[in-house]
Write a protein that binds this ligand. Sequence first.
Ligand code: AMP
Length: 592
Amino acid sequence: MSAIDDSPIIGIDLGTTNSVVAAYIDGRIRVLEEQGTGLLPSVVGVSADGKLLIGQAAKNQLVAFPERTLASVKRRMGEAVNLKMADEEYSPQEISAMILRRLKDRAEQVLGRPATRAVITVPAFFDEGQRQATREAGELAGLTIERIINEPTAAALVYHAGQTGRRHLVIYDLGGGTFDVSIVRMEDGVVEVLSSKGDTKLGGDDFDTLLMENVAERFSSEHGVDLTENASTRWRLLQACERAKRELSQHAFTRVSEEFIAEVDGKPLSLDVRIDRHEYEELINPLVERTIRCVDEALNDASLTTSQIDELILVGGSSRTPLVRQRLLQELHHEAHWAVNPDLAVALGAATQAAMQSGASVGPVLVDVATHTLGIECARGSRFNPTIGYAPILHRNSPLPARHEDTFSTMFSDQEEAEIRVFQGESPNLQYNKELGSFRLSGLNKSAEADGSIVVRFELTLDGTLSVTAVERLTGITKSLKIRNALTSQSEATHDSAVERLGMMFSDSDDVVASEVGVSDAGIETGEGRVDGPHSTLLMRVEKVRSDASDEDAEDIDRLLQAIEEAEQRGDQELVDSIRSELEDLLFYIEG
Ligand code: AMP
């Protein structure tokens, strides 16, 4: 009989921004949802007619009626303060109890029976007073608190419950309002937090504010109106920027558009601003760097070096930010392990602990993830001395369904065609990865800027179907490729039969969708990435023969490449063609 049948213990992540409840059901740890979401905004309020509001309804009235609404109460836990809400005063424990009560009710509805026992998580830096306050909140909500566990411990349990052996993990937790990083040692089921560093005033909310200020500044310089002056307009803008921020985790650019957001001389003004991911990353970079310094300090405090770290686990909604993952990869040389939704990981861990406490034998939480990294071929470095490389677009372990896009540049300004070759695998060296398919994006605009001119989007569904779409941003020319079974192991079958088995399906569409696409030269891992063009086959041949060529031949190759570049810069196409053919002859001779 499963543990849930005799005595359900629920796991609760009582968060600053959102709270989540999970439980062990039929042999699996599950997040308990309401109206299609597991996240309950940690906001409490009182409506105009005196009704208690918890969650989204309270969040909706936060700006309009701040005197009747309370948010981010977690920051006040352990303080002897009274918080005012609609003329009544409440302790932080009482407000937290209302959120916990709501989660308890949700659990009872889903489980169909009373849920009176819980494991609750708290940040590793919470002191005894803050832990005690959390315990009290639980009891006020009618829960027996079986255990309070650290959030990083919970996150570690999600992946390693019941495993043996010693592992060191970095748990990087960037939420809406707080950041913390912990170094955790797991040994034969025992989890120990070796060090923890954080900043209780740093999170995704700050990213929203920076973006909002940037957008407001642009609007103000164009229209002379400050959108941040009026509280409700400011709120509307902030919400729009938060949405844009999420979009930028998946797309290379987005727009912040709000109709009739201001008025000048009785005339309504609308907002429509384009934001490229790299512009946004410049804004948030100082904040991301602050978190990276904390990671270094935490490693120092734990007396560990990066080479002793076995795994990096991302927690908190804001850890989805690509810049975060990119910086952590540079710093720790580890791809993040985020096989579960980062904003649900802590609750899943709490429920894992709860299940273990009930005597259930649970392993790591299983979710559907991308089993391989998927990307495209690209060239890096200078145009005339490129190296052919691999630009990952969807990373291994991304939860499914997954969607991500990056921007690439054509190699030459007069390029009319780009070949998109899709690969699966983990090696930076393309030849060790498996090619899944390819297609050509033809009819490119010759006068278009080469930089950031092509957006390549990968979408991977739960059934392993990969859709690759390439769009030229200026003209909107689009072409896509569908690959079935994109998750099949690389070791299976040979290249040719794999391609056949994958059942590639091309679909052409020349729809002009220019308004939906745009430029960004800020590819995440592929800032310098260039997709192949007419010269690229030639350049690949150069790449292949260069190592075998004599010094003299290599010098000749470089001289000719240089000459092509100069002729290109002068716009002398005839000369380009003639030097090209000279180079081709030379390559033919060396290859022979
Ligand atoms: P949490 O406190 O863990 O619930 O995290 C909430 C924060 O994560 C908020 O600031 C959200 O705006 C942010 N967030 C959620 N999804 C994304 C995303 N896809 N990209 C960037 N930030 C996100």
